[in-house]
Design a protein. Structure first.
Ligand code: COA
Ligand code: AMP
Length: 629
C-alpha cells in the first residue's frame, strides 16, 4: 500500500489518532482532552478542551524558533509600484500593535470585526490581530456593493470595521470609504468605530468620533499579547453565496483549522518551512484566508500578497514576473486567471523572459479546470499543474493530487482523489452509493475532518437544513459528479443555484431578487451560462408586469444591469438581460433554470416531462442562444 492509501485508510479508520498526530505540529497552551468530539453530533467538534492561539502559531512561535529574520510576507503591488517585505518579527510586531488598537477600541475575545480591505498588508495584519486577541474576523470582498456589506454587518454585528480609503483595480482607483459609509448607513446594526488605512491614491474623509486613522492609532497603541482561546472557538466567519439572497456565514474554529492547514502544506502542496508560497487570491475569498494568510504562516513559509491582476498590470507576464522575482516555489491561482493569461499570450512567450527555476508546482482551484486550460498551462510551464477541489465551507482541499504525500498520475478534468479525512461518496437520489463512473450528488460522510465549517453563524438550523438533511449522516457538497474505478473524483458543477463567475461564487437567487424589485418586473430567472474566460457569466430573463407593454426595453435593461451592479457589486459581472414573454416552468411552478442553462450553453437538452407548457420553452430557445450584450 502506498503512502497515500495508507494515510487515507488511517484517517477514516481512526480519525482521532490520525489528527492527534497532526496536532503535534501545533503549539497548544492546553492540550486537547478529546480529539474528535461527537457528543453533539451532527455538530462534531475537534480538539475539545484544547487551548491555543492561531496568531501565536502563525507568527510568535516562528520568531521564538529562529525564523524572526525570515520574510513572512512579501507585498507586491504593480498597481501602486510598491514592494515591501515583512520579516516574521516585523509582522508579529505590527500585528501585536494592531491587536492593541482593536483592544483600545473595546474589542474583546469573541467580538466580531468586519474587514473591508483591498490586498494590502493591513488586511493580513488585521486578520492576525483579531486572532491574537480571540476576536472573530469577517472579511468582506471589496467587489461587493454597500448593500451586501450591510447585510454582512447586520448578521455578524461587529464592534469595529477595518477598511481603507481605496482599492485599485488595474488602473482605476475605487474609493472604498464612500461605499463603507453607505453600508453603515444602510445597516441596522450600529458599529462602534472604523479604522481606516489611508492610501495616497485617494484620501478618505474621516467621520469624527467614529473613524480612526490606521497610522495614528498604531502610533498610539500598546502591543497586545496572544490570548489563549478554546480550540472550538470561532476564528472567523466568511460569508459565501447560497441559493437565496441571504449569504451563509461559514464559521471556522481555531484548533481544527490550524491543524488541518498545517498538515496540508507538506502533504498536499509539498512545501516546507522557509519556502515561498503564493496564492494569488483576494483575501476576501476562502483561498485568500487559508492559503494567502493562515496556512503558509502556520507552516513557516513566506507568503506573497499580490495586489494586481493576471493581465493588464502591466501584461500577461505579471504572474511569471512575481513568481520569478520572489523565487516562488509553489503557486496557486484559479483557472480563469490562467485563461486570461492564455488569451493574451497564447504561446506563453512572456514566460520565457522570467527565471522560473524555483517554481515546482502550480495548483489551480475555485472552478472546474477544463482540459484545454490544463493542457496549455502544463505545456507552457513544463512542470506539474495540479487541479484540486474545495469550497468555502471546507476551507481546505477535499480532493487533490497530494504532491507531498504521494504524487500521482494526472487525469485532466479531475481534481484527483479524496484527501485524507474526507470520506467522499457519490450518492443517488435514493441515498445509495453510485457505482463507479455514475453521476450523482457528491457528498461527504460525517464527520468532516478538522478545519471544515462548524456551522453557519447564528443559524444552526440552516446549517443542518442546507448541508446535512438531504442525505442523513452526510454533508452535501452542492456539486454533482462521479468517482471512477481508480478513485478519481470528477466534479461536473453545482446542482443548486450557485454559479461560479471568474472563480467567484455567486448566487443567482440574489440577482433574481434585485431584478424582481424593479417596478416593471413580474418575475425573473438568472442562469449561469458558459463563458470562455470567466467559466460562467450570469444571464437574466425577465417577464414584465401586465400593463407595462409600452416600456422602453433598452432603457429597462440598462436599469436592471445597473441595479445588480449597485446592489450586489461589480463582481457579479451581470451584463446580459432579456425581456421574455414567459419563463418555462414545471407543473408545480418551479422555473426550469437547468434546462434554460443547457439550451443557452448550446447543449442537447431533453425537455423535462414535468414541463407545464413546452411552447414557452420553444419560444425562448432563440433568445436563450443569443448573445444579449
Ligand atoms: N474591489 C472593487 N471592485 C472589484 C474588485 C475589488 N476587490 N474585484 C473585482 N472588482 C470589479 C472589477 O473591477 C470588475 O469591474 P468592471 O465590471 O467595472 O470591469 C468586476 O468587479 C468584475 O471583476 P473580475 O471578475 O475580476 O473581472 P475582470 O474582467 O476585472 O478580470 C480575471 C478577469 C479573470 C482576470 C479576474 O477575474 C481574475 O483574476 N480572477 C481570478 C479569481 C480568483 O483568484 N478567485 C479566487 C478563487 S481561487
Ligand atoms: P468557493 O466556495 O467560492 O470556493 O466555491 C466552491 C465551488 O467552486 C465548489 O462547490 C465547486 O462548484 C467549484 N470548484 C472549486 N474548485 C473546483 C475544482 N477544482 N473543480 C471543479 N469545481 C470546483
Amino acid at each position: 500500500m502506498g503512502p497515500y492509501a495508507a494515510a487515507y485508510e488511517r484517517s477514516l479508520g481512526d480519525p482521532a489518532r490520525f489528527w492527534a498526530e497532526a496536532a503535534r505540529d501545533i503549539r497548544w497552551r492546553t492540550p486537547p482532552e478529546r480529539v474528535l468530539d461527537d457528543g453533539a453530533a451532527p455538530f462534531y467538534r475537534w480538539f475539545t478542551g484544547g487551548e491555543l492561539n492561531t496568531c501565536e502559531n502563525a507568527l510568535d512561535r516562528h520568531v521564538e524558533q529562529g525564523r524572526g529574520d525570515q520574510l513572512a510576507l512579501i507585498y507586491d503591488s504593480p498597481v501602486t509600484g510598491t514592494q515591501r517585505g515583512f520579516t516574521y518579527r516585523e509582522l508579529r510586531d505590527e500585528t501585536a500593535r494592531f491587536a492593541g488598537v482593536l483592544r483600545g477600541l473595546g474589542v474583546e475575545r469573541g467580538d466580531r470585526v468586519v474587514l473591508y480591505l483591498p490586498m494590502i498588508p493591513q488586511a493580513v495584519v488585521a486578520m492576525l490581530a483579531c486572532a491574537r486577541i480571540g476576536a472573530v474576523h469577517s472579511v468582506v470582498f471589496g467587489g461587493f456593493a454597500p448593500r451586501e456589506l450591510a447585510v454582512r454587518i447586520n448578521d455578524a454585528r461587529p464592534k469595529v470595521v477595518v477598511s481603507a480609503s481605496c482599492g485599485i483595480e488595474g488602473s482605476r482607483v475605487i474609493e472604498y470609504k464612500p461605499l463603507l459609509d453607505e453600508a453603515l448607513e444602510l445597516a441596522t446594526h450600529k458599529v462602534g468605530a472604523c479604522v481606516i488605512a489611508q492610501r495616497p491614491e485617494a484620501l478618505a474623509t474621516l467621520v469624527s468620533g467614529r473613524d480612526v486613522d490606521w497610522d495614528q492609532a498604531m502610533a498610539e497603541a500598546r502591543p497586545a499579547d496572544c490570548v489563549p482561546v478554546a480550540a472550538t472557538d470561532p476564528l472567523y466567519i466568511l460569508y459565501t453565496s447560497g441559493t437565496t439572497g441571504r449569504p451563509k456565514g461559514v464559521v471556522r474554529d481555531n484548533g481544527g483549522h490550524a491543524v488541518a492547514l498545517r498538515w496540508s502544506m507538506p502533504n498536499v502542496y509539498g512545501v516546507s518551512a522557509g519556502e515561498v508560497f503564493w496564492a494569488a487570491s483576494d483575501v476576501g475569498w476562502v483561498v485568500g484566508h487559508s492559503y494567502a494568510v493562515y496556512a503558509p504562516l502556520l507552516a513557516g513559509c513566506t507568503t506573497v500578497l499580490y495586489e494586481g491582476k493576471p493581465v493588464g498590470t502591466p501584461d500577461a507576464g505579471a504572474f511569471w514576473r512575481v513568481a520569478a522575482e520572489h523565487r516562488v516555489n509553489v503557486m496557486f491561482t484559479a483557472p480563469t486567471a490562467i485563461r486570461a493569461v492564455k488569451k493574451e499570450d497564447p504561446d506563453g512567450l512572456l514566460i520565457k523572459s522570467h527565471d522560473l527555476s524555483a517554481l515546482r508546482t502550480l495548483f489551480l482551484a475555485g472552478e472546474r479546470l477544463d482540459p484545454g486550460t490544463y493542457d496549455w498551462a502544463a505545456n507552457v510551464l513544463d512542470r506539474p499543474v495540479i487541479d484540486h477541489w474545495w469550497q468555502t465551507e471546507t476551507g481546505w482541499p477535499i480532493a487533490a493530487n497530494l504532491r507531498g504525500l504521494e504524487p500521482m498520475a494526472v487525469k485532466a478534468g479531475s481534481p484527483s482523489v479524496a484527501v485524507p479525512g474526507y470520506d467522499v461518496r457519490v450518492l443517488l437520489p435514493d441515498g445509495s452509493v453510485a457505482p463507479p463512473g455514475a453521476e450523482g450528488d457528491i457528498a461527504i460522510r460525517l464527520p468532516l475532518p478538522p478545519g471544515t465549517l462548524l456551522t453557519l453563524w447564528n443559524d444552526d438550523e440552516r446549517y443542518v437544513e442546507s448541508y446535512l438533511s438531504r442525505y442523513p449522516g452526510h454533508y452535501l457538497t452542492g456539486d454533482g459528479g462521479s468517482i471512477d474505478e481508480d478513485g478519481y473524483i470528477w466534479v461536473m458543477g453545482r446542482t443548486d443555484d450557485v454559479i461560479n463567475v471568474a472563480g467567484h461564487r455567486l448566487s443567482t437567487g440574489s440577482m433574481e431578487e434585485v431584478l424582481c424589485a424593479h417596478p416593471s418586473v413580474a418575475e425573473a430567472a438568472v442562469v449561469g451560462v458558459r463563458d470562455e474566460l470567466k467559466g460562467q457569466v450570469p444571464r437574466g430573463f425577465v417577464v414584465l408586469k401586465s400593463g407595462t407593454d409600452d416600456v422602453d426595453e433598452p432603457r429597462l435593461r440598462g436599469e436592471l444591469v445597473r441595479a445588480v451592479r449597485e446592489q450586489i457589486g461589480p463582481v457579479a459581472a451581470f451584463k446580459e438581460v432579456a425581456v421574455v414573454p414567459a419563463l418555462p416552468k414545471t407543473r408545480s411552478g418551479k422555473i426550469l433554470r437547468g434546462t434554460m442553462r443547457g439550451i443557452a450553453d448550446g447543449d442537447d437538452v431533453a425537455v423535462p416531462s414535468t414541463i407545464e407548457d413546452a411552447t414557452v420553452l420553444d419560444r425562448l430557445r432563440p433568445i436563450l442562444r443569443r448573445d444579449l450584450r
